[in-house]
Write a protein that binds this ligand. Structure first.
Ligand SMILES: [Zn+2]
Ligand SMILES: [Zn+2]
Length: 287
C-alpha cells in the first residue's frame, strides 16, 4: 500500500555519500511495501470528522483505532531491528518491548500520539527513550495507520484545520513541502497525512512574530532544500520547495535522505519533533 522502493532507490543513488548511514532504512522501506491491508479501510463520517477538526481535535484523538496487533507486528519488528542496528545500547529495551508484546500486554495504541508526545504510554511502561518510541511508532505503524485513515483524507477540506499537528493522527510534522501555489504543505510520517499550514508560523509552538522563523539554507546542489527553524522553541522542520525541485520524491524518503541538513540544524542548536535514525544513533545528549 505504501511502496516507496523506487523513491528510496533513487535517494540511495543520489545520496551515495551517505549510503552507509541510509542502509538501515532500506529494510523498513521494503517492509512497508510488503504490507498487505487486512480488509477494506474503515469508513469515516464527514460531519463527525469536520466537527472534530473545528474543535481542534485530530481524528485519532477521539476515535478508537481499528488496527490489529498482527497487522503491525512484522513491520514493527523490522523497525526495532533498525534501531538496534544504529544503536546497540537499545537492545535491552527492544527485548522488553518484544516480551511485553508477545505477552499481549502492549498493543498498537500505546504508540499513538497524544498531546505533546508520541507513544507516551509505551515509553513510560518500557523505560525506552521517547525518541526511540517515536521512531518505532512511524517505522512500525505507518502502513497500518495510512490504511486506517485513508477513508478520511478527502474529507479534510481547505481551511478546516490550522494547527501544527496532523489533523488525522495528531503527530507533529515530519517534513514540509512548498507546493505549486507557494503554500506550505506539512507531511506526517506516522500516517502519511498532509495538511496546509501557514508559512510564517512555527508549527511546533505557534510563534508567528516577524523574526520568529529562521531559514537555514544548505545551498549548492541542494538549493531547493532548507531548514525552517524557530528561534523561540528552537524546533525545526526540513522543507523542499517543489517549484524548484519538481522531481523530489515522497517526503519521508527526502527526509531520511538528507541527514546533512539535520546535522547543520543541530549544530545551530535546533531539535526536530520526529526523530530519524540519526537522532537515535547519536542522541543530542551524547554530542
Ligand atoms: Zn498523521
Ligand atoms: Zn517554535
Amino acid at each position: 500500500m505504501i511502496d516507496l522502493r523506487d523513491d528510496w532507490n533513487d535517494q540511495l543513488e543520489r545520496r551515495r555519500v551517505f549510503a552507509a548511514s541510509l542502509v538501515p532504512y532500506t529494510l523498513i522501506v521494503d517492509a512497508w511495501a510488503q504490507w498487505a491491508p487486512p480488509s477494506d479501510p474503515p469508513a469515516w463520517d464527514g460531519p463527525v470528522c469536520e466537527e472534530r477538526w473545528r474543535r481542534g481535535v485530530p481524528l485519532l484523538g477521539e476515535a478508537a483505532i481499528e488496527i490489529d496487533r498482527v497487522d503491525v507486528e512484522d513491520v514493527l519488528a523490522v523497525a526495532m531491528e533498525a534501531v538496534t542496528a544504529v544503536r546497540p545500547d537499545e537492545a535491552p529495551g527492544m527485548r522488553r518491548l518484544a516480551d511485553e508484546w508477545d505477552e499481549g500486554r502492549l498493543d498498537p495504541r500505546a504508540f499513538l500520539p497524544s498531546r505533546g508526545a508520541i507513544g507516551e504510554e509505551a515509553a513510560r511502561r518500557l523505560g525506552i527513550r521517547a525518541a526511540v518510541i517515536a521512531f518505532l511508532a512511524y517505522g512500525g505503524l505507518r502502513p497500518a495507520l495510512a490504511w486506517a485513515l485513508s477513508g478520511a483524507r478527502a474529507l479534510a477540506t481547505d481551511g478546516v484545520w490550522a494547527l501544527g499537528v496532523c489533523p488525522f493522527c495528531g503527530a507533529p510534522p515530519g517534513f514540509g513541502d512548498i507546493v505549486e501555489d507557494g503554500r506550505l504543505q506539512l507531511g506526517c510520517h506516522l500516517c502519511a497525512g498532509t495538511w496546509i499550514f501557514s508559512r510564517v508560523r512555527c508549527p511546533l509552538c505557534g510563534a508567528d512574530g516577524p523574526r520568529d522563523l529562521a531559514r537555514l539554507e544548505p545551498g549548492g546542489a541542494d538549493e531547493a532544500y532548507f531548514i525552517s527553524a524557530c528561534t523561540r522553541c528552537k524546533g525545526y522542520v526540513k522543507q523542499i520547495d517543489r517549484r524548484q525541485r519538481w522531481n523530489a520524491r515522497s517526503t519521508v524518503v527526502e527526509d531520511w535522505g538528507s541527514p546533512h541538513l539535520d546535522l547543520a540544524a543541530r549544530k545551530a542548536g535546533y531539535w526536530r519533533p520526529i526523530p530519524t535514525l540519526l537522532d537515535l544513533a547519536t542522541p543530542r545528549s551524547s554530542l
